[in-house]
Design a protein around this ligand. Structure first.
Ligand code: SP5
Ligand code: ZN
Length: 342
């Protein structure tokens, strides 16, 4: 299996996150990408390629043009306005009818960023663009006939919606690749999201559509981030009704419980008849993850990979979360080799 990796990712090195009013080191750090890269290299999984070039139009097929402009130019505008930190939100456009982006950068930050875990730093745009292009490059590898490919994206993307970043992410790499597959006329997409957190961004982007089935296993949103979506009764709307499936799981979930929901999601993906499977691969379900409360073990990732392989679909793995720095690499490699060996 080929991996696509942009070594520039370390240019996005968030200085901090604000969690429950406390400034703390950001859990989403460059060492995550470096460690997964090293583990993939040492595992002999397959070639590691740099992203090809694509265009902004591939990104704006999913994301709002004003939002993308904010991601590109926001850091410079923030500095020009005299702010000393990286770009953070401090006001939020909650459930308001207003659809007018503010003119000032501190207003825009609140308009386009959904929480205080995510920031824009000096190198962020370049990294986001390369990360999205990594997903598009890996998609082309699968569309070109490889059984699977791995987009080693960083930062993660599944909390990013059409016009909002959040949860450490700003561009939805998995959604951008899925949309490109649909735009090429190659057929229907299923997304299986195994990150510990609900992929609220991916759900939002495709909620009214039937050309993509979104299935997600995650922590009960009543108890953990992203809090406001991920319930089992969110099933899609309009033409998209029935094309969204959420499996909220209790704190402390281990393999015995997890595998039942995974098997159910797999049954629905199989019945949908997708032409490609996109896996939002987060390994923050790991028992020692510092921000999560599931209890999966390293060997369970091989079981997840094997279950995914049983679907027999061309499969694009896209990196999402996972914050146990010392085990993120082995856990990701287990999932990918578990898939290959099955
Ligand atoms: C892609 C992804 O996994 N995003 C997760 C975003 C979760 N953000 C909120 C959790 C922040 C916890 N921060 C440190 C808590 C230390 N006790
Ligand atoms: Zn996560």
């Amino acid at each position: 299996m080929k991996t696509v990796y942009a070594d520039k990712h370390a240019l996005h090195a968030p200085s901090q996150e604000i969690y429950c009013g406390q400034v703390m080191p950001c859990a989403e750090k460059p060492a995550r990408g470096d460690n997964v890269h090293r583990a993939v290299r040492e595992s002999g999984l397959g070639d590691i390629l740099a992203p090809q070039n694509f265009s902004l139009a591939d990104i704006t097929r999913v994301h709002d043009a004003g939002y993308v402009d904010f991601l590109k130019t926001g850091y410079a505008a923030w500095k020009k306005a005299g702010f000393e930190t990286d770009v953070f939100a401090c006001n939020f456009n909650l459930r308001q009818a207003c659809n007018t982006p503010p003119q000032v950068i501190e207003g825009k930050a609140g308009y386009y960023l959904a929480d205080t875990s995510v920031s824009i730093t000096q190198g962020t745009w370049e990294v986001l663009e390369q990360s999205a292009y990594a997903a598009l490059t890996a998609l082309d590898i699968v569309a070109g006939g490889d059984r699977a490919a791995f987009a080693l994206c960083r930062p993660p993307g599944h909390h990013a919606s059409v016009a909002a970043g959040g949860g450490y992410g700003l561009l939805n790499n998995a959604a951008i690749a899925a949309q490109a597959f649909i735009d090429k006329g190659l057929g229907k997409v299923a997304v299986l999201d195994v990150d510990y957190h609900h992929g609220n961004g991916t759900q939002d982007i495709f909620y009214h559509r039937n050309d993509l089935l979104y299935c997600s296993l995650h922590a009960d949103p009543a108890l953990d981030f992203p809090y406001f979506s991920g319930y089992a009764d969110e099933k899609g709307a309009g033409a998209g009704e029935g094309f969204n499936r959420n499996y909220p799981l209790p704190m402390g979930t281990a393999w015995a419980t997890y595998k039942e929901s995974l098997a159910d999601a797999a049954r629905h993906i199989d019945a949908y008849g997708a032409d490609i499977l996109v896996v939002s691969l987060g390994v923050d379900t790991f028992k020692d993850d510092p921000i999560s409360q599931f209890k999966l073990e390293t060997d369970d990732y091989a079981r997840i990979g094997a279950e995914i392989a049983k679907l027999g679909k061309p499969t694009l793995f896209v990196m999402e979360g996972g914050y146990a720095i010392d085990q993120i690499g082995v856990n990701v490699v287990k999932a990918l080799t578990g898939f290959q060996g099955a």
